[in-house]
Design a binder for this molecule. Structure first.
Ligand code: SAM
Length: 262
């Protein structure tokens, strides 16, 4: 996969030289280049921002340096252009899987009040433009979002994570959060690991983990539970969720109505 990142703070992206992503780059699994937007300005001060039309606070990123930068990185047919923005669709694991199948991703890191809107319109001609948000909060710039999205996508590329099995059972891979994990010692500061994990009984361990996934998702992320197709849950799954106060309504999991005797 090829990735180009355009930013006015290229140093911010130095973290992508570390750990598994850094190794993937060294091993040639990921060809990642960071470009300084200021290299694509024409004035002495290398200006990338100006005041907003219509007035208001803050500055807006000028369109021409962006057009120059994006034209310089576009080589193939129609790369995906990811524009981090709190006004974008929220980035998910499903999107990470989808993006991991692309050959070329380009990231445009906004700063100030964001990038002149016409850049996105113009880019539609030669890029598959995707405004993406990390979540419902506002950061100072797109760089942190790039670090997060690149890490989530690149670890799905073949060969990046040593044991691909570890990608299968993770949170969000099947719509549920991951079960709790433990390591040695089995007893630590008065806290023992669940006995079943020492049983060597793989079926019991699998059932325990599944139950914990369901319980944890019900208590921490009921919004995820509501998206599950109840038809794909087993009677044992439904029993765990019933104990957590959930029942099937129109094929989805929903909080059970209070019983008449309560
Ligand atoms: N005025 C913009 C708005 O209200 O939508 C916010 C601009 S923010 C201060 C500057 C830049 O930070 C954005 O252009 C974007 O690149 C990045 N950014 C801020 N919050 C983000 C989020 N939740 N997800 C992804 N990128 C974000």
């Amino acid at each position: 996969m090829r990735i180009d990142v355009v930013s006015i703070f290229p140093e911010y992206l130095a973290a992508l030289e570390l750990s598994l992503i850094g190794k993937a780059r060294q091993d040639g699994l990921l060809d990642l280049t960071v470009h300084n937007l200021r290299e694509f300005t024409a004035d002495r001060h290398r200006t990338v921002d100006d005041t907003p039309y219509g007035g208001g606070a803050g500055m807006v990123m000028k369109p021409e340096p962006w057009a120059q930068a994006l034209e310089s990185v576009r080589q193939d047919a129609r790369p995906v252009l990811i524009v981090p923005s709190p006004a974008g669709a929220v980035f998910t694991q499903a999107m990470a899987h989808e993006l991991a199948r692309e050959e070329h991703l380009v990231f445009a890191c906004g700063r100030y009040e964001g990038i002149d809107e016409r850049v996105l319109e113009w880019a539609e001609g030669s890029f598959d433009v995707r405004p993406l948000s990390l979540g419902d909060y506002v950061l100072n710039g797109g760089e942190v979002a790039v670090l997060a999205i690149v890490e989530a996508v690149a670890r799905l590329l073949p060969g990046v994570v040593g044991n691909p099995e570890s990608l299968v059972e993770e949170s969000h891979s099947d719509g549920l959060l991951e079960y709790p994990v433990y390591t040695k010692p089995s007893s630590w500061r008065g806290l023992d690991i669940p006995e079943v994990l020492l049983s060597g009984n793989h079926a019991r361990i699998a059932r325990f983990r599944r139950d914990e996934q369901l319980r944890r998702t019900a208590s921490r992320r009921p919004d995820l539970l509501a998206k599950l197709d109840a038809g794909k849950l087993t009677p044992a799954d439904l029993a765990v969720l019933a104990a957590e106060g959930y029942t099937v309504v129109h094929g989805r999991m929903a909080p059970a109505p209070p019983s008449s005797d309560s």
